[in-house]
Design a binder for this molecule. Structure first.
Ligand code: MN
Length: 533
């Protein structure tokens, strides 16, 4: 497993360096080991003091928090080491997971072992039960000591944390008087409202910190886009830190709709680059099935699940099972924005990311509902079905997000926490669909074959299976005018101007800039599915 993930681990570090989070770029470690103090509101408020030792974070939970007051001894409970990836984690741990609650980086900086630890090494000093050290943080500074004072019946080590009398000591100093993150300036309340990241402790640490929405599309005036326009029909484009070879840029890929020019491959590539920062959280860490139309969408396209051998070495990949024959295939993993540009140059129109993460291919992260119109299903009928789903989900207290397919239908995605397999999600989606279908039996068919449906819509729950996919949010669709699968707010179902193919690669980016990423709530994959009784 570790080897498989190697390539995209390294890419995630790359992704972090582009984020405006105040994080250090990887590779620019200070010579001293780092420390972090996180203010963590779990079942009880506490502070977690973590010291980098030999590639891990040795950790103590300090209920009342560290202080600069040298007259105060704080109880500290030695807890398990945490992975280094946790050093910058600020966000929400989903309810129900270990440590569920909100976390801010309350302080961070460098630490230096002192006293006996300078000779024995910090790990040995900790094992011996006494560690003296200096902290050099934003809030905490000066000499501290941690002393093992006893172990309770359940094996929990109780330690004392004290600040020595030195020039950094401040009597009466209270950590609660400094409640803001040193990374973002935010309080725990503000992080809980808009987490930015969640920590999935059920996943390997390299992928446990999952980014929620928040990235902006690439601005239309960006220098890189001017460079793209300046290329002739072929050339090398430097974008997102990669050099991508582009070909046949002026080939028409999407024929026009009335009153609009056709869209060329250059237009498709421009769109892929502009939307990549927004769509990346939906794609990263997942295998991606490519729907390619290299000769344009009026020619027959084809599915490609195997990464082409011509893919450059920097493209992330995953050796995973093929659903049909049980063979292992090398799948594309889009976990940096330049990959989407590379794929667009191959004529990849549709982005079909798996419903499960590559690290846990048998565990879906969403329930998918596909409102699939029949030949006689008009748009009004489809809206009726979508509103019935809205009502049902409200009634169940389940968060789901709708998006237009870009063709004629509507998809509803429901984010879920760990522990479900595809049989669970398929059964749940079927149960919901049958309950809704029972309300409007005239509108819905359960027949598999299109010709047996008498033109009625189908509520398709069968896509809840490994390596079956619905098109990703913001993906283009292979139709004239270059429509995209556009997330919508639920109340837009009541907007008379809404059309299932109403947003295109030309219009969706302005909409994202104005309204934000409406699909963002999907990225918080922490819901339980209630029983349908
Ligand atoms: Mn904690």
């Amino acid at each position: 497993m570790a080897d498989r993930l190697g390539p995209y681990r390294s890419k995630r570090d790359f992704a972090h360096t582009t984020e405006p989070s105040g994080r250090e770029a990887d590779g620019s470690h200070s010579p001293e080991p780092r420390f972090v103090v996180q203010r963590h509101r779990a079942r009880r408020l506490h502070y977690d003091l973590r010291l980098e030792v030999d590639g891990a974070l040795v950790s103590w939970a300090v209920p009342k928090g560290p202080t600069l007051d040298p007259t105060v001894r704080r109880a500290a409970f030695h807890v398990e080491d945490h992975p280094l990836e946790y050093l910058n984690f600020e966000g929400v741990i989903p309810a129900g997971q270990y440590g569920g609650g909100d976390v801010i980086v309350w302080d961070t900086g460098a630490w230096i072992a002192r006293g006996a630890a300078t000779r024995s090494g910090p790990r040995a000093a900790i094992e011996a039960g006494e560690l003296h050290f200096d902290l050099c943080g934003h809030k905490l500074a000066g000499r501290f000591a941690l002393v093992h004072s006893g172990t309770d019946d359940r094996g929990t080590e109780r330690w004392l944390l004290v600040h020595k009398r030195d020039r950094h000591a401040v009597s009466g100093w209270d950590p609660e008087a400094y409640p803001r993150s040193v990374l973002s300036g935010r309080t725990n309340d503000e992080v809980r409202e808009d987490p930015g990241y969640i920590w999935r402790s059920d996943l390997p640490p390299q992928v446990a910190s999952m980014r929620l929405s928040g990235a902006a599309p690439l601005a239309s005036g960006a220098d890189e886009l001017r460079d793209l326009d300046a290329l002739r029909s072929s050339g090398t484009w430097e974008i997102f830190g990669r050099k991508v070879r582009l070909t046949n840029l002026d080939k028409v890929i999407f024929p026009s709709r009335p009153g609009e020019p056709p869209a060329t491959k250059r237009d498709l590539i421009r769109y892929a680059a502009r939307v990549a920062p927004v769509v990346l959280p939906y794609l990263s860490g997942r295998a991606l099935n490519m729907h390619r139309f290299p000769s344009g969408v009026e020619s027959k396209g084809f599915w490609q699940k195997q990464l082409p051998v011509s893919a450059p070495a920097w493209i992330s990949r995953w050796e995973g099972p093929d659903a049909d024959r049980g063979e292992v295939h090398t799948h594309l993993v889009v976990d940096e924005p330049a990959t989407l540009v590379w794929a667009a140059n191959l004529g990849v129109i549709e982005w079909h990311a798996w419903t499960s993460l590559a690290v846990q291919p048998q565990q879906p992260t969403y329930v998918l509902i596909d409102l699939d119109p029949g030949a006689d299903t008009d748009w009004g009928t489809l809206l009726t079905l979508a509103r019935l789903h809205r009502t049902a989900l409200e009634h169940l207290g389940v968060r789901g997000q709708p998006k237009l397919t870009g063709h004629r239908g509507i998809h509803i995605w429901i984010p879920i926490g760990p522990g479900y397999d595809f049989a669970d999600t398929r059964a749940w989606a079927e149960g919901l669909s049958r309950a809704i279908g029972a309300v409007v039996p005239d509108l819905v068919s359960w027949k598999w074959r299109v010709e047996d449906r008498q033109g009625r819509a189908r509520l398709d729950y069968t896509q809840n299976a490994i390596n079956k996919t619905l098109v990703a949010p913001y993906s283009p669709r292979p139709s004239p005018g270059a429509p995209v699968s556009a997330p919508i707010a639920w109340d837009e179902l009541d907007d008379p101007s809404l059309a299932p193919d109403g947003f295109t690669i030309r219009t969706i980016v302005d909409r994202i800039a104005a309204k934000g990423d409406l699909f963002g709530p999907i990225l918080r994959q922490d819901q339980d599915l209630p029983p349908l009784t």
